[in-house]
Design a protein around this ligand. Structure first.
Ligand SMILES: [Zn+2]
Length: 193
């Protein structure tokens, strides 16, 4: 991460979804904040305009596989295909190959690390899980981010994969709170190329 002090990363997985991602992008734009979107290839393929918007607005797009499988159950050839196809769509729609990879369910194995590296990607996990996919209520998501806030934290939320209206509303609430608390929300940067 760049900068010093109270820096955090916001990450949104599984999208993009035209029902939720534009709202999230609107909120980020309102506060001039950049975030990281770990997209699935099959979602990105159908929503290329949203990847283009992410590029225009300075967000980082990472690779979250094509179809969100549990990689630990797949052979190397299938894992490679899941990653490669997604990187291709990201390059076409976002304009650059993704530099970051996140395994679905956080389930990495040796092949996933190796193949990701071969495709020019670094792994990026998270440290605070909002568990927003369980739709625990907007207030609970806000509380989890507020309670977990600390320098260097990587927050996991989702902008697709089900009803994510709570995730959308929660961001509208916790983002200004984090900024008021002095946090700098940023995107990951490679230390070396
Ligand atoms: Zn996911």
């Amino acid at each position: 991460m760049s900068g010093r002090g109270r820096t955090m990363l916001l990450t949104f997985d599984d999208g993009p979804d035209p029902r939720y991602t534009p709202d999230i992008l609107d909120t980020l734009a309102k506060y001039d904040v950049r975030a990281t979107f770990f997209v699935c290839g099959e979602m990105a393929d159908h929503n290329r305009d949203l990847l283009s918007r992410m590029a225009d607005e300075g967000h980082v797009v990472g690779n979250h596989t094509w179809s969100h499988p549990l990689l630990t159950r797949l052979g190397r050839r299938r894992i490679r295909s899941e990653m490669e196809r997604t990187s291709e769509v990201v390059e076409q729609a976002y304009g650059e190959l993704p530099r970051w990879f996140r395994a679905p369910y956080g389930a990495w194995n040796r092949a996933a690390f190796q193949l990701g590296a071969e495709l020019g990607m670094e792994p990026l996990a998270w440290t605070v899980d909002t568990l927003d996919w369980t739709t625990p209520g907007t207030g609970t998501i806000v509380d989890r981010v507020a309670d977990g806030a600390a320098p260097g934290v990587v927050v996991l939320s989702h902008d697709a994969g089900g009803d994510r209206s709570q995730s959308v509303r929660a961001l509208r609430s916790y983002l200004p709170e984090l900024l008021d608390s002095g946090y700098h929300l940023t995107v990951p940067r490679r230390r070396y190329v």
